[in-house]
Structures are given as C-alpha cells and as structure tokens.
Ligand binder design. Structure first.
Ligand code: PM9
Length: 459
C-alpha cells in the first residue's frame, strides 16, 4: 500500500482568517514599506512568513499549559523539560532560553573571543549576528552544491571538509572555538546534511580540539531526510536518527518555535557541565533564572510535550514534509523555478531567475514577496540580499549567491486546499513577472535589517 502523507490528526478548533481585496492589499503593502514583516497579520490571508512560533499545538500540549508549574525556582515543568531533552536529544545539560537567539547569544559569549573564527554551513541571520557581536568572524564552509538552486545533490547542507581543513590550516585551531553546524540548513532552502558528513566533521574537529555545536532547530526534519536518502538508515526510526545526529556534537542551540511545536521557547543543550555552568552564569543576567530561562512554567510544559510528541512516531514529520513537497511539486508542474530538492520547512522561489530583469541591488526577492502579497494575500519572506545585510567592516552589502523568496509552511496549520491557493497565486504572479519593478531603501536599520527596513518602488 502506498502510504500518503495525510495528516496524523484531526481538527478540533478553527481560527477564522480574513479575505481582503486587491485594493486593500495594495494600500497595506505601501503602508508596510513593501516589507512583509511590517504587514499587520490580520491583513494576511495565508501566512507563510515563517514556520517559527506558528505551529498549532496539540490537545496534549494545551492541557500541559494548565499544568505548568509557575514556581520562580525549581519548577516541575523545568524538570519535565530536562527529561524530554535528555530522552529525545540525548544532552545532559539544559540551559533554557526565551527562544533560539537567546541560546545563540549565550553560546557566542561563552566561547568566542574577539578575532576568533566560527565556520558554519551557510549563515543564519541571528546566528551570525551573535557570532560577530562577540567579536568573531563567520566563515561559510558549506558545500558548493548549496549555492546552485537546481543541483539535486541530496545533502546540500553538508560541510565541505576541504574548506574546513583549509580554514584550520590558515588561522590555526586555537582561533576556532567551535564549528556551528546547522541541521536542515534554512538559508539553503531547508536542505539536510548527512550523518556520514557530520561524523567526518566531528572526527576532524575532535582531532583539533574544536567543539561541534549544532543548530538543531530543524534536526527532526533533517533526520527524516536521512531516513529517506542515506544508505543504511532506511529502517531506523526518526527518533533514533535524531539521537545519533546529536551524539556527534558537543552541544546544540535550538529555537523550539520550529520542530518542537511551540509558539515560544528555546534552549542551549550541552554535554560539558563546566561549560553549562558558564552559560548559566550569563543566563541569569540576560534571560532569567537557570530553571526557567526566558520561559514561563506553562511554556516549558508545552515544550516538553512538543518535544516528546514530534518524535513519538515518524507520522508527524512524514506529514509535515509531505505537505511541503506537495506544494513544491505543484509549483514545479507550473514551471516555476524553485530550490531543489524540495526542502523540509518551505518552498524557496528562485527570485534571481524569476526577476532576471532586475540587478540584485534593486532587491528582486523583496519586490517579489511584496507582489505575491498584493496578488493573493499570501505572505512570504525575502531571503536574499536584504537578509544578508552588510559587511560590518567594509559596510558594503553582502551579495549572497542565492536570492530567494521563502514560503515557510507552519506546522499543522494549513490544509491541502490552502496549498492549492498558494500555488495558483504564485503562478499568476509568475505570468506577470516582467512587469515587476525593483525597490530601494527609504529606511535601513543598522543590523538584522530585513526585519524593519522600509522600501519604495525604484522606478
Ligand atoms: N528562524 C525563521 O523564520 C525566525 C526568525 S527570521 C530571522 O526561519 C535557525 C536555523 C532559525 C532561527 C529562526 C533561529 C533563531 C536560529 N536558527 O527566532 O530566535 O531558523 O527562536 O531562532 C526564523 P529564534
């Protein structure tokens, strides 16, 4: 029997969404400075801005909210969270934070000295920000295949061991406190790394005394792709693959707003109790006491249950990635250029190809995301030159090789019919692509500019 990706749940509660007119949306995007982050959510029909903090929780998680222990210190919910992280990820030491960037901040501050180098498999915006903020230099050591949207290499999240080896030889291992290894690389299109690659990275770093720190935010989705694509793991459960991934690292930062199925939360997980002690010393100053970090007791209870639930069987992650694949295949059938293989958390439109009449400094992906919203009320996100920001030393734009628009799919929120609407809307915009103008800044924030920048049409 062919097993469909159909959802392993049924719907118990619904949230109405508003349909709007094109005129309304034209006004809304102009008021938002052509930045989809600045739209009001109530003006959005299908919200694919992010898969972060947008999951639908289960009845088991909602019940957990009522049981959250709000003790300032030593909350029962904290110990439930520690137990869930130990069981599912296999890390002993848990440092809870308000979300992923809180964990990145603490990790960067305890390990990076000014002038250090931090290699990683493609940058992530907040991760690189914290590394640079601590005085480090980020160095991209992802495989070259990751920069070609149409290369079908199954593990485009892999680290290029030659690039990593060359960096170690050039700057010396004592200038590299850790390598930051992202699972299911977001900016590459939700692309996985293989266990064989991670094993080789762990060995190489071990030889040089360099720590391996995962960004395990979407490690569950990475584990699913390993099961599908890596020889020898076909019969493993996703839960076992996930533990194996984590066993090849010294710790991890996690934004729990993704895989973990909660609306807020995150953590830093470590093996070394001494390092965890250092992290907790900073935690109490920046996030909160070491038994809640930035979360309430009920947040921690829902998170502990989300962690258990995501990996209890393979059914959840099969349906989650299945829905993304369904949308991707519809777009491919319509001839729309997207990053391939289809990734884990969303579809990435190749804005450089779609808007080939625009140079990168007229922000083609930003303009395309705005146009998609005007066409249909579908909200997407720019993942190109605006997200890449400026070089802190030269002040020039970073010119990333990928200029993408991301349609991130929230977990357990939208139906197949919604995906059909999205595909039809994108096809309509695509047909009209040559009419689209670029944008220029009217306001550019100094850091993480994509969140709050404002633009106007460049014509
Ligand atoms: N990711 C996303 O939409 C939300 C913020 S957009 C900059 O993809 C990784 C791989 C992420 C991530 C957030 C964070 C930060 C760290 N690593 O948002 O602070 O995708 O919980 O996590 C977003 P927080």
């Amino acid at each position: 029997m062919v097993k469909s990706w159909a959802e392993p749940y049924k719907i118990k509660m619904v949230e109405p969404i508003k349909m709007t007119t094109k005129e309304h949306r034209e006004r809304a995007i102009a008021e938002a400075g052509h930045n989809t982050f600045l739209l009001r959510a109530e003006d959005v029909y299908i919200d694919l801005l992010t898969d972060s903090g947008t999951s639908a929780m289960s009845d088991y998680q909602w019940a957990g909210l009522m049981l959250g222990d709000e003790a300032y210190a030593g909350s029962r919910s904290f110990y439930n969270l520690v137990a869930a992280v130990r069981e599912v990820y296999g890390y002993e030491e848990l440092v809870p934070t308000h979300q992923g960037r809180g964990a990145e901040h603490i990790l960067s501050q305890i390990l990076i000295k000014p002038g250090d180098y931090v290699p990683g498999n493609m940058y992530f915006t907040t991760t690189r920000f914290h590394q640079e903020h601590a005085g480090g230099h980020f160095v991209d050591v992802i495989v070259d295949e990751a920069f070609d949207p149409y290369d079908l290499y199954p593990f485009k999240g892999n680290i290029d061991l030659e690039k990593l080896g060359a960096l170690i030889a050039e700057v010396g291992a004592d200038k590299i406190p850790y390598i930051s290894v992202e699972t299911n690389v977001n900016m590459a299109g939700g692309q996985p790394m293989s266990l064989a690659n991670l094993e080789a990275v762990y060995d190489l770093c071990g030889e040089h005394g360099i720590l391996v720190m995962l960004d395990a935010t979407r490690a569950l989705e990475n584990a699913w792709f390993i099961k599908q694509r890596e020889h020898g793991y076909e019969d493993w459960s996703v839960a076992d693959i996930l533990r194996k991934i984590c066993s090849l690292s010294d710790g991890a930062t996690v934004s729990s707003k993704k895989d973990n199925l909660v609306n807020i939360g995150g953590f830093l997980a470590l093996r070394d109790p001494k390092l965890a002690e250092k992290a907790r010393a900073l935690l109490v100053a920046f996030e909160g006491l070491h038994t809640y970090g930035g979360m309430s007791g009920r947040d921690m209870e829902a998170l502990a249950r989300g962690i258990e639930e995501m990996a209890a069987t393979d059914d959840h992650v099969r349906a989650r990635t299945g829905q993304v694949e369904y949308l991707g295949n519809r777009l491919l059938k319509a001839g729309i250029p997207i990053v391939q293989p289809i990734g884990g958390h969303g579809i990435f439109l190749d804005a450089a190809a779609i808007m080939s009449h625009l140079p990168q400094d007229l922000f083609p992906a930003q303009a395309l995301a705005a146009e998609i919203y005007v066409e249909s009320g579908v909200r997407a996100m720019e993942r190109g030159i605006v997200s890449a920001g400026r070089d802190p030393v030269s002040g020039d734009h970073h010119y990333p090789k990928l200029e993408l628009v991301r349609l991130a799919i929230p977990r357990r929120v939208y139906t197949q019919a919604h995906m059909d609407v999205v595909a039809e809307s994108i096809a309509a915009v695509y047909d009209n692509r040559e009419q689209m103008a670029g944008l220029r800044f009217t306001y550019e924030p100094e850091s993480l500019r994509f969140f709050q920048a404002r633009f106007e049409p460049a014509t």
